[in-house]
Each structure stands twice: as C-alpha cells, then as structure tokens.
Design a protein around this ligand. Structure first.
Ligand SMILES: Nc1ncnc2c1ncn2[C@@H]1O[C@H](COP(=O)(O)OP(=O)(O)OP(=O)(O)O)[C@@H](O)[C@H]1O
Ligand SMILES: [Mg+2]
Length: 83
C-alpha cells in the first residue's frame, strides 16, 4: 500500500502588514495541502498575496497567525523563527 505524505500543509494562514495606521490583509486564512510527488501552481491577480504566501512557505517571512508544516515539521518551531 502506498503511503501518501503531505510535503506542505498550510492551516488557516493569515498575514497582515501594518504600515503606520494602515493594515493590509495579504493572506486571509489560506488552507492547502501538497502531497508528495505533486506540483502546485499559485495563480491570482496582482497583489492577491502570491509572493506573501511563497515567502511564508519558504520561511522567509513569518505569518501573523496559522501554521505551515513542511513534511510535518512546523516552521514556527524552527530556529529560523527567532528572527
Ligand atoms: N512588505 C510589505 N509591506 C506592506 N504591504 C505589503 C508588503 N508586501 C506585500 N504587501 C501588500 O500585500 C498584498 C499582497 O501582496 P503580494 O506581493 O503578496 O501579492 P502578489 O500576488 O505577489 O502580487 P504580484 O502579482 O503583483 O506580484 C498587496 O496589497 C501588497 O501591497
Ligand atoms: Mg508577487
């Protein structure tokens, strides 16, 4: 029996940028799963949050809330999250 593992799991991911008194909700509760051996294309209009999502998946930026797991490993628990 083939065991399918989730390489990427995103749970209720939110990212809000704050610029002075202005808040921009770039990600408003993203959920997705990418099983092993699958490809994912992220499509959307300009400013819909594609780059913000990729930065968060790549641990280049921290989410405001929600979780990103890479092969079951929670990025929030990594040493990289201390920045
Ligand atoms: N560093 C930042 N500071 C403040 N607001 C930001 C920042 N980065 C992105 N934003 C805002 O977050 C929203 C999503 O931007 P993002 O760059 O993730 O969209 P995108 O889908 O990659 O757009 P594009 O197709 O133009 O590359 C936009 O409203 C953008 O202005
Ligand atoms: Mg972009």
């Amino acid at each position: 029996m083939e065991i399918i593992t989730q390489v990427i799991q995103v749970q209720d991911l939110k990212k809000t940028y704050t610029m002075g008194k202005v808040e921009v909700n770039a990600l408003c509760g993203v959920n997705l799963e990418v099983p092993s051996g699958n490809f994912l294309a992220i499509l959307g209009p300009s400013e819909s949050g594609k780059t913000t999502l990729l930065h968060t998946l790549g641990a280049l930026d921290k989410p405001t809330s929600g979780r990103v797991l890479i092969s079951g490993f929670d990025l929030a628990s990594s040493l990289l999250s201390n920045q």
